[in-house]
Ligand binder design. Structure first.
Ligand code: ZN
Ligand code: ZN
Length: 357
């Protein structure tokens, strides 16, 4: 028996139907706006590397891909309808949606506002289900989203919204560990890798007042790094420069998703230094215990941020005029954008314009 046709708000997105398929228009239905819900007319949605991994089923079996899939969790738009009990938004406000749209609301992490670590598992914005564990979630490559106001973010925009979209994933992914591990005045912070995550890391760490160094294999990125606000640039293939920088950093934010040697990067940390991993290489990476023991160092990880901290990050970025450097595309160019993102051929994030889609 097929499921009954769902009542709700008809919308249109761009979906892929299997790991090898191309994206195409997809008509579907969002739920009716409930008392605590807001309807967001999506203006822009960023293309995160994790969209590509999931659309192409590259994270299976750890994270199965569900089709049809409408990816997208870097969403900004305008509130066009609010439920009767909504207090945080009014019609016409700018709003954002990040990587999750609901969680159990009862476990200790949910109560602490770190819902991304919900013990029961939060409801992801796409390639997931709502908390009923049945209703599939479709992401931001679409015209509309209906979300409980508690899980939507307030966006304080004065100008172009397109550069704000990537803050909802790339921004919070870098802001949260930089803040937690004390990036600020007097701290030497290194950002490893200068892609979608790395370029946000540079801007945010610099705005926090840290001395920022970009660690990169490509000397050609030095000019860009400086333009983004980095104070120094270290080519990791330059043996002399590496020797001079060994033991010099307080914090390394590792955004690299290609295979790389953690032990090498840990050697650049000074006493009690911390390296935080936010990039996700596909294969495990060997770790020499001495890389940590020698200087009382720590290797940590971090996953996006909770709703309160994501709001704090958006407010911080608005205050410091930080947006992502983006290339805006039409939905017909999703495939091309995916291929170019995989080749790191984008400065620094593709954002899909959904307004005329
Ligand atoms: Zn993402
Ligand atoms: Zn929970």
């Amino acid at each position: 028996m097929s499921a009954p046709e769902r009542q709700g708000i008809a919308t249109r997105g761009f979906a892929t139907h299997n790991k090898d398929a191309k994206f195409g228009p997809f008509e579907f239905v969002r739920r009716e706006v409930g008392p605590h819900d807001v309807l967001i007319d999506i203006a822009y949605c960023g293309i995160c590397h994790s969209d590509i991994h999931q659309a192409r089923a590259e994270w299976e079996p750890m994270m199965p891909s569900m089709y049809p899939m409408v990816p997208g969790h870097e969403i900004v738009g305008r509130v066009s309808q609010v439920g009767g009990e909504v207090t945080k938004f009014k019609e016409g406000d700018f709003a954002g949606i990040g990587c999750f749209i609901d969680s159990c609301r009862e476990c200790p992490p949910c109560k602490a506002g770190i819902e991304q670590y919900c013990i029961k598992g939060s409801a992801q914005t796409y390639n997931s289900t709502e908390m009923d564990r049945e209703t599939p979630t479709y992401g931001g490559y679409s015209k509309h989203y209906v979300i409980d106001e508690k899980y939507a973010l307030k966006v304080n925009a004065t100008g172009d919204l397109s550069g704000i979209a990537p803050l909802l994933c790339a921004g919070i992914t870098t802001y949260s560990p930089l803040k937690k591990w004390g990036a600020g005045p007097g701290k030497k912070v290194a950002i490893a890798g200068l892609g979608g995550l790395g370029h946000m890391g540079v801007k945010i760490a610099a705005a926090m007042g840290a001395e920022v160094t970009v660690l990169s294999t490509s000397p050609s990125k030095e000019k860009d790094a400086q333009a983004l606000g980095a104070h120094k640039f270290l080519v990791t293939k330059d043996a002399e420069a590496v020797k001079a920088a060994t033991g010099s950093f307080d914090l390394i934010l590792d955004t690299i998703s290609a295979q790389h040697d953690y032990n090498f990067y840990l050697s650049l940390l000074g006493l009690e230094g911390v390296m935080v991993v936010v990039g996700v290489p596909t294969e495990p990476i060997p770790l020499n215990a001495f890389s940590l023991i020698g200087g009382n160092k720590a290797l940590a990880g971090s996953l996006i941020g909770g709703i309160p901290e994501t709001q704090e990050m958006l407010d911080f970025c608005a205050k410091h005029s930080i947006t992502s450097d983006v290339e805006v595309i039409d939905p017909s160019r999703i495939e091309e954008a995916y291929d170019r993102t995989v080749k790191s051929d984008v400065r620094y994030r593709f954002v899909i314009d959904m307004q005329n889609a």
